[in-house]
Each structure stands twice: as structure tokens, then as C-alpha cells.
Design a protein around this ligand. Structure first.
Ligand code: ZN
Ligand code: ZN
Length: 362
């Protein structure tokens, strides 16, 4: 991945923000700009270069993961704050940008105290606005995370048994995508049987897969950097007319919304396509979360597809499209895919079948 190019783009942002340097304290932003996957490390990006500030636990990993970045490894006994002050001072930074959404008030005050001659300038979104549009390498990594999640789901489908608990199925699913190369789950997997599927963020418990007619599975793989996120329904019993009606409503809403994904529309526009379809079908107050979110190094990041999102979609953005209908006491249906905005419209990165017939397992 071309981390150097990302830092160059950030430097242009520094100029615009009127700062000499940016102290990147958000660890995900540090990863984005350097490839370093550890934590407890900050990155100082100056107009003419950059330095990672870390400690001896990470020396070897830093040399491996980001050989092109200057390292400042503070010896034991030297606090991060002292190291920051020293590096900022010797770089003669007058206006130091800090990440207002990440730095603590305590650290900001301490830096200000240590560097009375430097002015601390709060900035917001300088790195995040770069992260929102994925480059080619990032899209490849996202494809890999999708592939790992989908392979694991295929195994799950062929091995799922009615006597297994939600928790067992969730654990097996996560084990499977690790076997396919994932480092971790993007988020704790959701496996929710029948009425428990009415909770959009249900925690897998002791309910058994065969306790009701259907199961909601929401899962994603982290390939080591990038996250996928999918939801499918698995039908283990009979398809009731009610389930079929709700499933088809959610599916149609989702397909219409995916069709609406293209450059130039806002997150609100896409959300509204699904929301108004579900409302017309009579379930308006049963779809109470946003339609989707961006995917990248984090499983939830910009842009949002939501009622209040005025973000204009651009090629390279990757979003989930995940409408749902939830009826307390009965259950819920959600269908979620990962979608790349392309120059001509969109490409759906996920490919697990959504046909109701295919949701049924023997
Ligand atoms: Zn999800
Ligand atoms: Zn999601």
C-alpha cells in the first residue's frame, strides 16, 4: 500500500488547515498513514516528513511494518508526553495541529504546558476525510475480508444443526473465517434466533438454533486491516406467510437502495429510498436505525447512509446497505451487503445469495 502517497495528501491538508504539523493520536489514523498495526504510538506529520513516537515494545514491528518512517523510540522512564514535546520542539513547529476528536483534554493541556511557544490548533477529520475514499489497494483488502466472511458462512450453512446454541454458532463462524485467513472478527458476531432477532444488536446466548423458524446472522471478518460486514437470514423451520412478507419487503427495500448508490447522491437520498419503501409497506416505525455505514479500517466509519447524512457519495467510498424490520416478540429481518461506489454507479462486493429459497437449510 502506498502510505507515502497518503501522507503527501495529508500534507496538502495541513497547509489548508494552516498548521506546520499534525500530531496524529488516533491509532487507526496512524495505521492508515503508516501501515503500523500496533497501538500506543503517535505520528507527527510535518510539512517535510514524519516521525512515529513509540516505545521499545514496538521497535521490531515498526521496522517491519513501516520501514520508511522515522522512528522515535523513547527509552524506558521517558513519558510519551516528554517525547512529543522534544520532537515538536526540535522540528520548530509553531502551529501544531491536534486531532480534536481523539486527543484527551489532559494531554492537550500537558502539551501546551510543555511547549509554551507552540500554538495548539484543534483540527477535525483531516485524516478521516482521506480515509473516506478507498484506494485500489484498500478495495482489494476489503474484497479479501468479504471473501473470508463468505467462505466461513458457506461452511456454517452446511454444518449448522438445530441443537447448537447461538453462541456456539457464532464461535464456529468466527473460527471458520480465521481459518480462511482473517485476523479477527470485525465486530462480535450476531446470531439471533426468532424473537431475539428483534434486537438489532443481540448478543449470542444459549437459545438453540432450532428453537424457532429463523435465525439472523450478522458477521464480518477483519483481514488484518480491513473489515467486512454482512447480514443474512437462515431459515431452519417453515417459512410463514408473515416471515415471507417481511423478508420480501426488506429485500426489495435493500435492492432499490443498492440501485440508488452512485456518485452525486447523498447518504440521505439512499437511506430514504429504503425507508420510504418500508414505510409504504406499513412497517415505517419498525426500521429504526440508519440504512448503512462506511467500511474500512473500522467496521463503522464515514460515510453514513442515514436520515441526517448530507455526505455526497464519491467513487471509492464503500458502504453497507442494511435495512431491517423488527417486531418485538416476533423477531426481525435484516439483509446487509457491502457496496463500492464506482464512477458509473456501484459494485456489490458481497455475493451470498439473498433468494428466500436459498435461506432455507435442510
Ligand atoms: Zn452487520
Ligand atoms: Zn453494518
Amino acid at each position: 500500500m502506498d502510505f507515502q502517497a497518503r501522507r503527501e495528501r495529508l500534507r496538502k491538508g495541513l497547509k489548508k488547515a494552516g498548521v506546520d504539523a499534525l500530531l496524529v493520536t488516533d491509532f487507526t489514523n496512524v495505521t492508515y498513514l503508516t501501515g503500523f498495526t500496533g497501538d500506543d504510538s503517535y505520528l507527527l506529520v510535518r510539512r517535510d516528513g514524519e516521525t512515529i513516537l513509540s516505545d521499545p515494545r514496538y521497535t521490531t514491528q515498526l521496522e517491519e511494518e513501516c520501514p520508511s518512517v522515522d522512528l522515535n523510540i523513547r527509552p524506558p522512564g521517558v513519558a510519551m508526553l516528554q517525547a512529543v514535546a522534544k520532537v515538536v520542539h526540535s522540528a520548530k513547529v509553531k502551529r501544531l495541529g491536534v486531532e480534536a476528536d481523539s486527543i484527551t483534554v489532559g494531554l492537550r493541556d500537558q502539551i501546551a504546558e510543555k511547549l509554551p511557544k507552540a500554538e495548539l490548533v484543534p483540527t477535525s477529520g483531516l485524516v478521516e476525510q482521506l480515509r473516506i475514499v478507498k484506494d485500489k489497494d484498500e478495495v482489494e483488502r476489503l474484497r479479501r475480508a468479504v471473501w473470508q466472511a463468505e467462505k466461513a458462512f458457506a461452511v456454517l450453512r452446511s454444518t449448522i444443526r438445530p441443537e447448537k446454541t447461538e453462541k456456539e454458532v457464532a464461535d464456529e463462524l468466527e473460527y471458520q473465517f480465521r481459518l480462511f485467513g482473517a485476523k479477527d472478527a470485525s465486530f462480535p458476531s450476531i446470531v439471533a434466533v426468532g424473537p431475539r432477532a428483534a434486537l438489532p444488536h443481540a448478543t449470542p446466548g444459549r437459545d438453540r438454533i432450532g428453537d424457532d423458524d429463523f435465525v439472523l446472522v450478522d458477521w464480518g471478518a477483519n483481514d488484518g486491516l480491513y473489515c467486512s460486514d454482512l447480514t443474512r437470514m437462515v431459515v431452519t423451520g417453515k417459512i410463514s406467510p408473515k416471515f415471507e412478507r417481511i423478508y420480501n419487503t426488506v429485500l426489495e427495500a435493500q435492492q432499490l437502495a443498492i440501485k440508488a448508490v452512485r456518485p452525486g447522491v447523498t447518504g440521505h437520498d439512499v437511506d430514504n429510498v429504503a425507508r420510504s419503501y418500508i414505510a409504504k409497506a406499513g412497517f415505517g416505525n419498525r426500521f429504526r436505525h440508519g440504512l448503512g455505514h462506511g467500511l474500512g479500517l473500522l467496521v463503522h466509519e464515514a460515510p453514513r447512509l442515514a436520515v441526517k447524512s448530507d455526505t455526497v457519495l464519491q467513487p471509492g467510498m464503500v458502504v453497507t446497505v442494511e435495512p431491517g424490520i423488527y417486531l418485538p416478540g416476533w423477531g426481525g429481518v435484516r439483509i446487509e451487503d457491502d457496496v463500492l461506489v464506482t464512477r458509473s454507479g456501484h459494485e456489490v462486493l458481497t455475493s451470498v445469495s439473498k433468494r428466500l429459497e436459498d435461506a432455507v437449510i435442510g
